[in-house]
Design a protein around this ligand. Sequence first.
Ligand code: SAM
Length: 267
Amino acid sequence: MTDIAITARAMAYMRSLDVDVSHDIFAKHFVTDEAKVLGDAWLATYPGLSRHGALRCRYMEDTAGRYIANGAVQMINMAAGLNTFPYRHSAATGLTHYAEFDLPNMITYKQAAVRQLTQQGILQPPPVKVDYVPTDLSTDITASFEQLAWDWSQPTVVMMEGISYYIPIDALKQVMQTLARFLAKGSPILFDYFRPKDTETALYKTLFKTITPRGELLHTFFTHDTVVELFDPIKVLSDRLMPDIEKDYCKDHKTIDFASYLLAERG
Ligand SMILES: C[S@@+](CC[C@H](N)C(=O)[O-])C[C@H]1O[C@@H](n2cnc3c(N)ncnc32)[C@H](O)[C@@H]1O
């Protein structure tokens, strides 16, 4: 397994630590000792990060769930990593199609891990088939959409959790153009991004120091205005900070203003 999986495992570790918030009951099965060491280094800088990571996932999945309840029948989880949405979220029953895009090595690893967890009886077959599509988001992703051959006149949920900063800006612009071309009116995109001011925080410095030597370079940052430009003609409906999202789910407050969480919709 290449180093690429380690940040996905560390995020699974965050979700497993705050499972009451994340509701990701399977995250613990993807955590390794190496991922714990990495995650613990992050937590030493920012103890609220497990809740932050848990909320990032919960907020995006619940928002996806609301769109599915209102008629979206297809969903693409881009850079899905070790997310197990269709295996545990009640909204998955409303989907006719679900796909995960990720780098080929992650797809190979994930398929094997899911097979093993299923054989062990930990995962049950999900209500919707999972289409695994090896895709490098730094390249033209048109072929991945064409390969799915779904009905693109139907609303499709797109989740892009924990990925934008790893993709060079020109490639991310191309991803958005592809989304604008394929997605039907009413299709939502869940997206998080780092802002230039986040790079001044102790958390960012720790992430930079621990992630970039493993090959996941942090390329891309946006202000609210430049992210709205990136999405155009897709409309940004909301762009929220974690302490605000936290109020929807928790009575106490542990998160800091770090990164931004955006919901956009194809008009
Ligand atoms: C931090 S993890 C996030 C995983 C998951 N979305 C989550 O929030 O737990 C980053 C994911 O992006 C994937 N990734 C990194 N670069 C990529 C690229 N160029 N194209 C597609 N996926 C990529 C990694 O394989 C990994 O699964």
